[in-house]
Design a protein around this ligand. Structure first.
Ligand code: RNT
Ligand code: ZN
Length: 425
């Protein structure tokens, strides 16, 4: 039985919703226009539980963990591209891809971490050109014997530091190559796991070493037209509960003093702290930020993004602060216990939907009420907005963008699971 609404029903419902929003001074067509111009950078690593194509026997390390054993994870770059194509076909809009260094096409060659070169990413670039995706990039400073003692760029061992400095430098070259080829700047984001499980007695030395290593990593200037640098902070990881070298204060200071981008990951703060409240602080001092939209649950920073209050607050901050051109929205979650294409699709659709909800607010009216000190009216309107028919606008957007409306995207995922994913194991 087909329970999907007809095109006519979707359009009629949209027209009614449009009138409701117009009465508040909100132009739904303009909101959809802005939404269509805002890419989300999908993280490649949801497709294979952060394994990559260097050495599939290597376990994930660095204080992050993918749990679950759902069948069908991608085993090659071709399979990953196929899975991504499926996900993109179910998400309205035109979006970017966020690649990690261990996901190049080695064409059967056995490559170690510092053997990757720009040409290993040419198939990704060709695919991205064909499908109109920009690409972002990340050095992979974990899941490698040289990271086995828990330290990389901030290691006491110069040999270890030099290895990872080289890796980050190569990664920036790859990122710049990608950005130049695609004609849209690639954001290369450095995240390292370095930290201690138990209370250290020399916090200082690692932070000074990290600062020095990062200065070496970023020494070569790259054209911002093609390439932007970002650094990602974290509060704690599994096995680094007591101390993480690259904390928020560390990287905030680093980014401000060096004018790199700062990456705010929604799962990297104390549970009562939210990144929605950090965006306007950081953007007072930096031109641009990178977000890793994620969902922290207890100890895990990387659950699939759902339509939480905080997701909505993040998008509201971007829109209310008029920051759409200064925020790069990336995703960062990995769940191996559910269909991985569905994980991407659900998490990204939620992210786009939350952005739409933010674009449907009567922002200038709300800000006028606040400026005039009418906090009663501000509260009343904010609460009424929660009952507005944004779902009708969302459905119309999906229809216009040629992607499934409502839960029918799951039919496509089940079909793909039966036709493609099941055969992989
Ligand atoms: C880890 C960081 C980092 C990673 C990816 C795989 O806590 O969030 O961004 O998730 O690099
Ligand atoms: Zn992250």
């Amino acid at each position: 039985m087909n329970n999907s609404p007809s095109e006519q029903q979707i359009n009629q419902t949209y027209e009614l919703a449009k009138e409701r929003y117009a009465a508040l001074g909100v132009d739904t067509d303009a909101a959809l226009g802005l939404l269509a111009q805002t890419p989300i950078s999908l993280h490649c690593w949801q497709g294979d539980d952060v394994v990559g194509f260097e050495d599939p026997t290597r376990g994930l390390s660095g204080g992050i963990m993918a749990t679950g054993n759902y069948p069908g994870k991608a085993r090659s770059a071709d399979e990953l591209r196929s899975d991504l194509d499926m996900a993109y076909s179910l998400i309205p809009g035109s979006h970017r891809l966020n690649l990690h260094a261990i996901y190049g096409d080695s064409d059967g060659e056995k490559l170690d971490r510092n053997d990757w070169r720009p040409h290993h990413f040419d198939k990704w670039i060709a695919w991205a050109k064909e499908n109109n995706h920009g690409i972002d990039f990340n050095p992979t400073c974990f899941s490698h014997p040289m990271a086995d003692n828990g330290f990389t760029l901030a290691s006491l061992d110069k040999g270890v530091r030099d290895f990872w400095i080289e890796h980050c430098q190569i990664s920036r070259e790859i990122g710049a190559h990608i950005g130049e080829q695609l004609g849209t700047a690639c954001v290369t984001n450095v995240w390292i796991p370095d930290g201690y499980k138990d209370i250290p007695v020399n916090r200082r030395i690692h932070r000074e070493l990290l600062k020095q290593s990062l200065d070496d990593v970023f020494a070569k200037p790259l054209d911002p037209q093609h390439h932007l640098d970002a650094v990602e902070a974290k509060l704690f990881g599994i096995g680094s509960e007591s101390y993480v070298v690259g904390s928020h204060e560390f990287y905030m200071g680093y980014a401000v003093s060096r004018q790199t981008l700062l990456c705010l990951d929604a799962g990297h703060y104390h549970p009562t702290e939210v990144i929605s409240d950090k965006i306007s602080s950081v953007l007072t001092y930096l031109d641009e930020v990178l977000l890793h939209v994620s969902r922290g649950v207890r100890w895990d920073s990387d659950h699939v993004v759902t339509l939480t209050d905080e997701l909505q607050a993040i998008m509201q901050e971007i829109v209310r602060g008029d920051y759409l051109n200064r925020v790069h929205i990336g995703l960062d979650f990995f769940d191996a216990s559910i269909n991985r294409v569905a994980a991407w699709t659900i998490g990204t659709r939620n992210t786009v939907k939350a952005l739409l909800m933010a674009l449907l607010e009567p922002v200038s009216h709300l800000q006028t009420l606040e400026k005039e000190g009418d906090f009663t009216a501000r509260l009343a309107l904010l609460e009424e907005l929660k009952g507005m028919p944004f779902g009708a606008v969302w459905d119309a957007y999906c229809l216009r963008q040629g992607v499934p409306v409502g839960i029918s995207f799951m039919d496509e995922i089940r079909r793909y699971e039966n036709d493609v994913l099941v055969g992989r194991d």
